[in-house]
Write a protein that binds this ligand. Sequence first.
Ligand SMILES: [Fe+2]
Length: 299
Amino acid sequence: MKNNSYMGRLELAPQALDRSFNREPIGFDHNLSTLDLFGLDSLRTLAEKYQGHDSDYMVASSASAPDQKFRSVKSANLNPSQAIDRLKTESVRILLKRPQDYDSRFQELLDGLTEQVVSLSGGLKTDRIMRLESSIFLTSAKTLTPFHFDPSAVFFFQIAGEKIYHLYPPSALTEPEMEQFYFRGMVDIAQVELNRRDPKLEHVFKLSAGKGLHQPQNAPHWVETNGDISISYSFFFETLAARKISRTRGFNHYLRKIGAQPSPPGAHPRLDAFKADAMDVWIPCRKTLSAVKSAALGK
Ligand SMILES: [Fe+2]
């Protein structure tokens, strides 16, 4: 009999995803909490495989406030196996990156879920998925992840425990806030100030086992864990179209630094493409960038 323990399913109406993808947060149901793959013993076995692979995991203490700086959150000096043993007794957050590299069943899970998401979205069928990643997040009860945004479209699945997810659409950020991160070629988290957001834009999702959400690229958020130990899984990617927008923003940051008022992505598609291409050559050739800058400014 076929072993279906890694066959993940998410339930999301096609129209709903097309309307909201990379624009508005949206919730969905899923079956990942029923898979053996996410049992605590199975995750303990997985965590042991991370021993010695320091760049593939993170173990940190909880933040004390949602607007705390990430770097000021103390990193716990534990490996993932030790940290799993302390989930009940201490306040720890464990991130296991790229589980598909350590257990092929996670690769099948990732492939299956990605296929479903693409099949649900007309827009994604004509775009291209770049930098597809996944991760597992285990936290003690009562932990807090500070306010930040990520440069990827995220599909987040709550497996066990309860998380309260405070999520804003990308429109809650200003263009300059996004530009500064994309100028630096950001591929990791980016922090912004929580108190500058419009509270009316906040979506609050109470996630328990079987509940999930889509977090658009550049959607700022902070997360609380309640009750018991929390286990979550997410997969995330950047599309080719989104990457071009990010590069346009990176170039706009440069224009802003020299005193220009650049148009946001979408206002002038041909100029956007020009700026995105310029960012592709930014590092190897400053001279080309300066020529493109002159063209973009009409000088
Ligand atoms: Fe995040």
